[in-house]
Design a protein around this ligand. Sequence first.
Ligand code: GDP
Ligand code: ZN
Length: 397
Amino acid sequence: MSNNNERLHRHSEVSRTMRQVRKQIKRNRKPKPARRKNWMPDNFDDLDALCDLPQAERVMPRGERERRQAVTTAALATLEEQASADGELPTTEEPLGLQGVVVEVSSGLCCVDLGGRSLICALRGSLTAQDTGFTNVVAVGDKVIVSESSSAQGVVEAVLPRRSVLARPDVFHRHLKQVIAANADQLLVVASWRDPIFWPELTDRYLIAAERNNLSPIICVNKIDLAEDVADCQSALRPYLALGYRVLFTSALTGKGVSELREVLRGRMTVLAGLSGVGKSSLLSAAQPGLQLRTGEVSDRSGEGQHVTTQVNLFRLDIGGFVVDTPGIREFGLSGLRRAELARFYPEMTAVEGGCRFSDCSHLHEPGCAVQAAVQQGSVSATRYHNYQKIYECLPT
Ligand code: GDP
Ligand code: ZN
C-alpha cells in the first residue's frame, strides 16, 4: 500500500472505530456533572459588551469534553490493540474534525470557512448555550470543529474557546446576551469628510466603545476627494493623531489610502463601524475588488415591527483576515457608562485632572479646573473637550 492509501485506510479505520465507540459510550452514558456557572462578568453593559473568557471555556454540551476524551481514549486504545495485534504502531495524529471559522449564521445553520472553502453546517443537536450567559451557540468569528458528512454539508461538533466576545442584550431575554461576533481584534471607525459631514463627536463615541470593548481603534476618514484642501482634513484630525490614534485618509473614488487600508485589515478580524453612507462598502470593494458588503442583508424587523434578528456577515479577505459587518453594531451605544467615568476615555484630560481644585471635578463648570485651563491654553483640543461636554450631557449620573 502507498503511504497515502495507508493513511486513508487508517483514517477510515479510526472513523469507524470512533463511531462504534461513540455508540457504545452513548448507550452507557451516565448523567454528567454540570458545567461551572458564573464565569461571565457581572457588570455587563447594556450594549456591545466584550469580555475576555477563560481560555478553557467553550460552548459544548454538559459533559461533552469528558465524553470526547472518553471517545478518543477508547478509540485509541482499540486501535492500539489492533495495531499491536498487527505488529504496527498506532497513529495519534488523526484529528476529531476540521477547524474552520463561522462566517454566517442563520436559523440553526451556519456557513463555515475552511481556509477558503465554504461549508454549510448544521449544529450538533447536543450543543447548547445553556449556562454560558449567551442565547446563541455560535456567532460569526467563532472557531469551530466540524465533521463533514458529505461534500455539501457538515456538522459543527464544537465551538473553540473565544478570545473576545462582542455581545448585546438579547431581545427576548434581557438578562442574557446575544453574541454578535467572536474573536474580533479591531474596530475600523469609518467617517466621511463630507456627505455626511465629518462628525467628531460620533468619532469619540466609537473610540470610547472600542476602548470599552477592548478593540484597537483605527480612524478612517473617507471621501477626502471632496475636501477643498486635504490639509483641512489633516488639521481636523490632528488631536487624534497627537493622541496616537492611527488615522487613515482615504477615497474609495480615487483609490487614495486604499493600500494603507489593506495593510490595516491584513490578517486581522476587523469590525466595521460608521454611519450609513460614509462609504464602508465602497472602501471594502476598493480594498478587495468583488467584495460586496451588502450581500444577504435582511430586515431588522418582523411584521409586528419588533426587532428580531440582525444579519451579521463576516467576509474573508484574500490578503488574510476577516471583516465583520453588521447593522447591529454600527450604532454603538455607550449604555452603562456613567458621567464620572467619561474623563477616563480622554487621556489628555486624565493627564492634567490631578491639578483640578476638586477631586470630583466634572471639568465643566467648577472653578480651579485644570482641564478647562488646558483647553484655554490649547494643550487639550477644544474639539475633543466640546465632544466631552456633549457626551457628558447624554450620560446618566
Ligand atoms: P456605506 O453605507 O457606508 O456602505 O456607504 P457606501 O459605500 O454605500 O457609499 C455611499 C455613497 O458614497 C455611494 O454613493 C458611494 O458612491 C459614495 N462614496 C463612497 N466612497 C466615496 C468616496 O471616497 N468619495 C466620494 N466622492 N464618494 C464616495
Ligand atoms: Zn476639572
